[in-house]
Design a protein around this ligand. Structure first.
Ligand code: NOJ
Length: 539
């Protein structure tokens, strides 16, 4: 059993999406030197750790989640030495570093896949992936009916140089992301080495991409329903029991190292008890709590999700995590301002537009609820500025493969990946010295830039900074929660340690109980307005 005081039990972890954080080279893409320059910003904000989305060598068919070499930094992001410098500079500042591990699939440009294609059907190289003959008289039909999470079939057929068709390969995501065969011991051994490589480099942990997808149901039987984008409907490719022996093995690798290294599961598993299996004492340390992120703006749902998440994690001795935004979902400052607050898929210019004012007000309230909860919390870059989703981005700029693979039915995730605004009055809002940006920034980002908010009383940035400081001083991450029910069903209320937290989701103001106000998401007096959260010091 891990030491109960380990850092990841209560850490606030800031997600950096490297291509959109800070561009030092001027090419319009964020890079590792840009991140290194901005590390003091993160300590000023008061987070404990950073999770970096992938920065490895990649043809960028899925923004780097298609890895061609797990040990090498892509030139877009700098040099491999920059990753090592980033780790050591972060540590100097007291920040932990978690990096992204992408084990479900590689890029089709990875040497393993190239070798498998070249070696041909029946070869041992092909055993590292999921190649199958097609169905039908001439193998012209895919081996089963599985659909890609990004839209259309999950199978693509290979062709010989002369154009003659041959086998199919599985890709649960883009055609350029072939799935690995985790029954193959070479795959397992290779990833042990990747883990050790970065552990030797000093990383404090790994966020494990698609952690619920590595083991497929034997025989690859047809699925009954289509898998929606990072959705919650399960099928023969998700959450198979076989994943757990992989994580037990990785747990063993991590314990060869000192310093409480951690594994974080990105597992879209709706059943919280099933999800808790990933964080048993001999597996991973954390799993993202997507039930919390998926919750609509509704008090009863929040209460249920919070209660059930804590219970499921307590049952296995793991900390609960909390998250509201990341690089795959509509930013919560917009999501909570749309008619369907539980819909995390983004919107485009033709769709109904969120109410940005309402969204930001609720986002601040939701964040203040989240940061008081016991366990570990994740913040996605830019949410501390209250950034909205870019919902009016012209389609010509779209880069997410979802846009094409869904036949333009879904706009995809570019709207939450827009480069950060640092300085209102600078080219590219201070993101890049040349003014270039790989995605356009909406005009609304100017007034939300870091220099407009930092240390400004009442700004969203100051709210985050103050909440993080209070969270630390009242040790809320280690707290335990007791419900406060006397303000009615539409107020989410709980006490944790010396603090009472009240989130008013009711639509009308409620009278505020006695207590010193420590922080609030909007100004409060005798009443707690609707769509607001307050922390009171218990008298
Ligand atoms: C989840 C990642 O967060 C997402 O961005 C990516 O597209 C898929 N996994 C595939 O790697």
């Amino acid at each position: 059993m891990s030491n109960p005081s380990t850092w990841w039990r209560n850490a606030v972890i800031y997600q950096i999406y490297p291509r959109s954080f800070a561009d030092s080279s001027g090419d319009g893409y964020g890079d590792l030197p840009g991140i290194i320059d901005r590390l003091p910003y993160l300590t000023q904000l008061g987070v404990d750790a950073v999770w970096l989305s992938p920065f490895y060598l990649s043809p960028m068919a899925d923004a780097g989640y298609d890895v061609a070499d797990y040990r090498v930094v892509d030139p877009l992001f700098g040099e491999t030495a920059d990753a090592h410098e980033l780790i050591s500079r972060a540590h100097d500042l007291g920040l932990r570093i978690i990096i992204d591990l992408v084990p479900n699939h590689t890029s089709d440009e990875h040497e393993w896949f190239r070798a498998a294609v070249a070696a041909g059907p029946g070869s041992s190289e092909r055993e590292m992936y999921l190649f199958r003959d097609g169905q039908g008289e001439h193998g012209e039909l895919p081996p089963n009916n599985w659909s890609s999470v990004f839209g259309n079939s999950a199978w693509t057929r290979l062709h010989h140089a002369d154009g003659a068709p041959e086998q199919w390969y599985l890709h649960l995501f883009d055609v350029k992301q072939p799935d690995l065969n985790w029954n193959d011991e070479r795959v397992r051994a290779a990833f042990d080495d990747v883990l050790r490589h970065w552990l030797d480099a000093g990383v404090d942990g790994f966020r494990v991409d698609v952690a619920h997808g590595l083991a497929k149901k034997p025989g690859l039987p047809d699925q009954k329903e289509v898998t929606e984008l990072l959705g919650t409907n399960m099928g023969p490719m998700w959450d198979q029991d076989g994943v757990h022996e992989i994580y037990r093995r990785w747990h063993g690798v991590l314990t060869e190292y000192d310093g409480d290294r951690a594994l974080v599961a990105e597992a879209w598993v709706p059943d919280l008890d099933r999800l808790a299996l990933y964080v048993r004492p001999d597996e991973m340390q954390q799993a993202f709590n997507f039930a919390f992120l998926n919750a609509p703006w509704d008090a009863a749902t929040y209460r249920t999700v919070i209660r059930d998440s804590i219970a499921a994690n307590d049952a296995v001795g793991a900390p609960t995590t909390w998250v509201l935004s990341n690089h795959d979902v509509m930013r919560h400052a917009s999501r909570l301002g749309r008619a369907d607050t539980g819909n995390r898929n983004s919107a485009g210019p033709e769709d109904p537009q969120p109410d940005h004012e309402l969204g930001l007000r609720r986002a601040r309230a939701a964040t203040l609820m989240m940061l008081a909860l016991p366990g570990s919390a994740y913040i996605y870059q830019g949410e501390e500025l209250g950034l909205p989703e870019h919902t009016t981005m012209p389609h010509e700029f779209r880069q997410d493969p979802i846009w094409e693979r869904s036949d333009h039915e879904q706009v995809g995730r570019d709207g939450c990946r827009v480069p950060m605004p640092w300085t209102a009055d600078a080219p590219a809002l201070g993101f890049s010295p040349t003014g270039r940006t790989w995605l356009p920034q909406p005009e609304s980002y100017r007034l939300l830039a870091v220099d407009q908010q930092i240390d400004v009383p009442g700004s969203t940035w100051s709210l985050y900074r103050d909440a993080l400081a209070l969270r630390k001083s009242y040790a809320l991450g280690d707290g335990s929660l007791e419900w406060v029910n006397d303000l009615g069903d539409d107020v989410v209320g709980f006490t944790t340690g010396d603090v009472t937290v009240l989130s008013n989701v009711s639509g009308v103001p409620v009278a505020l109980p006695d207590g010193e106000i420590l922080i609030s998401s909007t100004p409060v007096d005798a009443e707690l307005p609707t769509d607001a959260t307050v922390w009171l010091r218990r008298s």
